[in-house]
Design a protein around this ligand. Structure first.
Ligand SMILES: Nc1ncnc2c1ncn2[C@@H]1O[C@H](COP(=O)(O)OP(=O)(O)OP(=O)(O)O)[C@@H](O)[C@H]1O
Ligand SMILES: [Mg+2]
Length: 257
């Protein structure tokens, strides 16, 4: 099976603060990796490095066999130009905590924006595929609605459809349900479950442990800028080996204790 993501010794600093202190992991094609860990442990930073929204300070990061953001000549790395970076990003869909839809565009217009503007797809075809994608996320009847007319969960599902419209090889999710009212979380997780079942390669930062247990092939627990523990969900979530993992899980699973 081919590797979609390879991270080797990733270091990332913000000024003097070292946020990622040597991260290694791999995600194979069709695999779902869930990233868990306390606030400030570097989860979002790691996701942002994967599509070069943040530059790493050391290590190597490959997506689909290509070095992210750089070209290597001998031992030296040369940063790619903005245009080349944008081309790399087309293969990576990203869904954030806050749905960042264009407010003045309808659901369907949001979904077809990138295929038409970036890829130069024909508008009629893009619309047709956009409708299929909205159908896939359970929003076939909302194509003409504006974001303000949609619930948070519906907006988030439009955001997923929009990311899928670029036919990414990898989907990154950064706490996609944590800004939602509890009753809306299930619909979004349901769409993500289906996506995983359809074979999408995904990295998901989440506090939804039930989702991680059911959907993840591997779970990585990050704390203090390192991956403390990694393995199948039944090991990391159910029988964690490290005390730090145990105490984190106890807090997440039983926040009022
Ligand atoms: N652009 C930035 N400049 C300076 N420091 C930053 C920047 N982005 C993140 N940090 C710091 O890096 C650390 C890791 O942040 P990050 O957002 O990756 O954590 P996280 O694991 O995603 O946390 P959360 O669960 O709260 O989302 C934090 O201490 C944060 O303050
Ligand atoms: Mg975060």
């Amino acid at each position: 099976m081919s590797l979609i993501v390879q991270a080797q010794g990733i270091h990332k600093r913000f000024g003097r603060l070292e946020v990622l202190k040597g991260i290694d992991f791999e995600v194979a094609e069709r695999e779902v990796a869930c990233l868990i860990g306390p606030s400030g442990s570097g989860k979002s930073t790691l996701l942002r490095c994967i599509n070069h929204l943040e530059k790493i300070n050391a290590g190597r990061l490959y997506v689909n066999g290509h070095l992210v953001g750089y070209r290597q000549r001998g031992d030296r790395l040369y940063e790619l130009r903005e245009k080349e970076i944008a081309a790399q990003r087309k293969d990576i869909g990203m869904v954030f905590q806050r749905f960042n839809l264009f407010p003045h565009k309808t659901a369907l217009e949001n979904v077809i924006e990138a295929p038409v503007q970036v890829r130069g797809e024909n508008k009629t075809q893009a619309r047709e595929r956009g409708r299929e994608l909205l159908d896939r996320v359970g929003l076939a009847d909302k194509e003409n609605s504006y974001p303000a007319q949609l619930s948070g969960g519906q907006q988030q599902r439009v955001a997923i459809a929009r990311a899928l419209a670029m036919q990414p090889k990898l989907m990154l999710f950064d706490e996609p349900t944590s800004a939602l009212d509890p009753e809306l979380v299930g619909d979004v997780l349901g769409v993500m479950r289906q996506l995983a079942a359809d074979g999408m390669t995904m990295i998901v930062v989440t506090h939804e442990m039930q989702f991680a247990r059911e959907v993840a092939d591997k779970v990585m627990f990050m704390d203090g800028g390192v991956v403390v523990e990694e393995g199948p969900p039944d090991q990391v979530i159910v029988e964690p080996r490290h005390e730090r993992t145990r105490s984190f899980l106890a807090r997440v699973l039983n926040p009022n204790a």
